[in-house]
Design a protein around this ligand. Sequence first.
Ligand code: 5GP
Ligand code: MN
Length: 328
Amino acid sequence: MKVIKEISNSSEVIASQLLARDNFLLFGHIIPDGDCIGSIAALQLGLEARGKKVEVILQDPVPDIYKFLPVTARFRHEWSSDINAQNIIFLDCSDINRIGEQVSANLNSSVTTFNIDHHATNDYFADYNWVEPGAAATAELVFALLNALQVKINPEMATALFSGLVMDTGKFMYSSTTDKTMTTAAHLLQAGVDINQVRINLFETKTREEILLLRLALNNISISDDGRIAWISLPYKEVKAIGALDVHPESIINYTREIKGVEVGMLFREINPGQIKVGFRAKGAVDVAQIAGKIGGGGHRQAAGATYEGTLAQAKDIVTKLVKDVIN
Ligand code: 5GP
Ligand code: MN
């Protein structure tokens, strides 16, 4: 793969390349979120509307709340020998490792790769890179791409992209939300988003296990003496005991940031014994993507993450020190 560092292509360049090609494989990141899934679903439908052959691989399963989105039932979750795509599109992935080790092991270097993303920490790993850190969601970019591809956006595509916007912007409330985000949302509503279906599926279908996980999380919340840092820990054994190992709600971490005076909130979730998924949220000026980067992760200024190999106690000790160094 040739690496053209930090030169972002435009939607027009990407669109003309996609129109000239066929046989696409779309990839999203591990523990896929609404933006990742919505962006992939809409782009698959858009490329298929232009007569292209498209496959999708997501290493991890689609969380239940996103199963109402179109084409998600057709997504594959492992590599298969019948996949012979010549073109790979990575969506919402800041680096190539985000797609997961099981599927990345099968990547063939002779294919042409496209990287469409909005993470400032993106490392421009593909042949064609379209990276807009100013975009609130990858879905915002896919909306522009579908227009450049001259695809008529149908209600299914609109619902997928709108869901991506809603989830990545905290219901249009994060500072990443711009007038362009709102204009995109307005166009999507015009194109036929089913807003009741979006709200019910995304926010009003919590399972019993999810509520038990929330109870555990609120029980396990800690606040620093100065009140500027808060964190939740979810030990593997305790999550297992309530049957919530597979539950990955995107909202639990937000309770840390909602506390008055807290500037950085964190979630330490032991996803396997000795493997800790660390989530970060910032409320003020602190750039948590930089802090996450110090332990091999990344993300956005106000929402970032990383995976830490070690015990829960080690992760909490090291990461809270890193945060204290930055805010003091
Ligand atoms: P979340 O806490 O919702 O899982 O993630 C917040 C943001 O951080 C997302 O934009 C996501 O892309 C990024 N992020 C989460 N985990 C990781 C990680 O392990 N590595 C990198 N590079 N980014 C991550
Ligand atoms: Mn995103």
